[in-house]
Design a protein. Structure first.
Length: 287
């Protein structure tokens, strides 16, 4: 395993962890070697759906079943956790453009960031490719590809998530995962936030653009998708930036931005809509 360089520190991504509750202001928010016999796309989808169901069996904002999200990636800047991301092929990771830092490291097969339990893989990043049209102020095209210096070794705990074949529908159930802030919303508390070492999952649903536009008038674009628990509930928050929104077995969103403070807001989280970038993703991976 490669030795991690801890000589540099960086600040955390602006906003975006699986948090309980959301609703008030704006911010850019996270083996067996299968190379000989690769499963068919149908097998991948069946397996992915099974993994998602195992995570969805929990209540909202709970620790994920360990390694139930094997595409989940942890990005580090120097030796410090920075953002989430998704493994989409042996050698490529997809995340948010606002997660870019000068020196990036990738950890695959993670569950508890403070413990090593065997399946973790550390990879250096050889190429950092943000979308050429990315605009930080508007969050437009908040998407970035990372090429690994060495291909991931696919195992039960490390495998890519399928890209979507269609765009998401309102009401579609999804799972968002990350190591960001969670809110303590017990009746006797005031919703204080805390960071987490273990990967957390939340069951949320896609909402319509019209509904989401009421929360963010004039700010949504057709390259964005909103998801939340209707009426308020678990959603993404600080530390989840760049992480996956997986719906019906496919990567439909990348944690991008939303309301702040994200752990007490009731507004939906906003995600980069992956289905709008399939051509860019595929063409970039060929170069």
């Amino acid at each position: 395993m490669e030795v991690e360089d801890t000589g540099e520190t960086s600040t955390l991504c602006p906003c975006a962890s699986v948090s309980t509750k959301r609703p008030e202001s704006g911010c850019a928010w996270l083996l067996n070697d299968f190379s000989r016999a690769r499963p068919s796309s149908t097998m991948w989808l069946v397996l992915t759906s099974f993994l998602l169901m195992s995570a969805a069996a929990q209540d909202n904002d709970e620790e994920c079943v360990p390694h139930s999200q094997p595409w989940q990636v942890a990005l580090f800047a120097g030796g410090r956790f920075n953002c989430g991301a998704s493994l989409i092929s042996f050698q490529w990771v997809l995340t948010a453009a606002h997660c870019r830092t000068r020196f990036m490291r990738v950890r695959l097969g993670e569950h508890n960031l403070r413990k090593r339990d065997g399946p973790e893989q550390l990879r250096l990043v050889s190429r950092i490719i943000p979308h050429p049209g990315y605009e930080a102020r508007s969050h437009r095209h908040d998407i970035m590809l990372l090429q690994l210096a060495r291909p991931a070794r696919l195992t039960r705990q490390v495998r890519p998530v399928p890209l979507p074949t269609r765009c998401p529908h309102p009401g579609e159930p999804c799972v968002v995962s990350g190591w960001g802030l969670v809110s303590d919303n017990k009746p006797e508390t005031t919703g204080s936030s805390k960071s987490q070492d273990t990967l957390h999952c939340a069951n949320i649903s896609v909402i319509s653009q019209a509904s989401c536009s009421k929360d963010y008038p004039g700010r949504l674009m057709d390259t964005m998708v909103c998801a939340t628990v209707e009426g308020g509930g678990t959603d993404s928050c600080e530390g989840d930036s760049g992480g996956p929104l997986v719906c019906e077995g496919a990567l439909q969103g990348i944690v991008s931005w939303g309301d702040v403070p994200c752990d007490t807001t009731t507004k939906a989280g906003v995600y980069t809509k992956v289905c709008r970038y399939l051509q860019w993703i595929r063409e970039t991976m060929k170069t």
